[in-house]
Ligand binder design. Structure first.
Ligand SMILES: Nc1ncnc2c1ncn2[C@@H]1O[C@H](COP(=O)(O)OP(=O)(O)OP(=O)(O)O)[C@@H](O)[C@H]1O
Ligand SMILES: [Mg+2]
Length: 257
């Protein structure tokens, strides 16, 4: 099934009032951020999307694909699930080398096409600041490498049309570059984030409060310009982190922007 749109129909807030936002539509290729204070319901919203809620979660939201209710068959069958979710707290159950992990997944998802492994690793290395080797062990990857690998795996091997990321931005990923590349794959990407780069490079953001979608802000032209400046600062910090990590010294002229 081709997924062109996802529709979130508002339910109720934590206090049981109707949500101010009644409907949000995501299209193929959209990058969306969910923002809001701690406890405001960001993770809950992403859970609703992941589950294709049909009025059966505490929020009473409903999530539609291409305007229709989602079939039980899709909700319950992991092979048909069009959603990949990547979280901060990924731990691996086995200590396979990256190569074996990707091969295993490629076999399950797409009949073991070997070129997919190379394609996935190449994408992961475009996203991550630190190079990943096929011989690296999964449990030895840094947080940034792990997330880059899982995102690349979801995009290339999993080939899922919808990718949900719950606060994954903290380190080791060139965010603006990642967003640009991922946009090229025409996925729907939903980020729970406090990160200004990710938020300002999104098409729109959903602002949460008290468990409800309070408003939707479409990224303004001015914000898009600001995003370019914020990105420069962010990439500078990322490069500094890499230099410090590899034992280099920093010169003043490198950090004067
Ligand atoms: N609309 C709602 N109705 C009922 N309970 C809700 C609703 N939205 C959120 N909750 C509950 O409120 C609590 C906080 O929500 P959630 O964990 O989604 O917040 P968060 O924004 O992700 O917070 P954090 O930034 O700390 O991760 C959870 O226990 C969740 O189940
Ligand atoms: Mg949360």
């Amino acid at each position: 099934m081709m997924i062109e749109t996802i529709t979130i129909l508002g339910g109720c807030s934590k206090s049981g009032d109707p949500e101010p936002v009644k409907e949000v539509n995501l299209k193929k290729g959209d990058v969306v951020s969910i923002v809001g204070p701690t406890g405001s319901g960001k993770t809950m919203l992403i859970n609703d999307i992941e589950l294709f809620a049909s009025g059966d979660t505490p929020t009473k939201r409903r999530v539609l694909i291409n305007g229709d209710e989602v079939l039980e068959e899709i909700r319950n069958n992991p092979h048909k699930n069009p959603i990949a979710r990547i979280t901060q707290h990924t731990t691996f159950l086995s200590d396979l080398p990256v190569c074996d992990f990707l091969e295993l997944h490629a076999k399950i998802r797409q009949d073991g096409e070997r070129y997919l492994i190379k394609k996935t690793l190449d994408l992961a290395n475009q996203l991550s600041g630190e190079n990943i080797l096929l011989s690296s062990r999964m449990t030895e990857l840094s947080g940034g490498q792990t997330r880059a690998l899982l995102i690349a795996d979801a995009v290339v091997i999993g080939n899922t049309p919808i990718i949900l990321l719950d606060e994954v931005e903290n380190a080791g990923i060139y965010k603006d570059r990642a967003l640009k590349i991922l946009r090229g794959y025409q996925k729907m990407m939903v980020f729970v984030t406090h990160d200004p780069v990710i938020t300002l490079f999104s098409d729109f953001r959903i602002v949460m409060r008290n468990g409800a979608m309070e408003k939707v802000i479409k990224t303004t032209e001015e914000e898009k310009k600001a995003a370019e400046e914020v990105k420069r600062v962010d990439n500078l910090l990322m490069d500094l982190r890499e230099k410090i990590r590899s034992g280099e010294t920093i010169e003043l002229k490198e950090v004067v922007v």
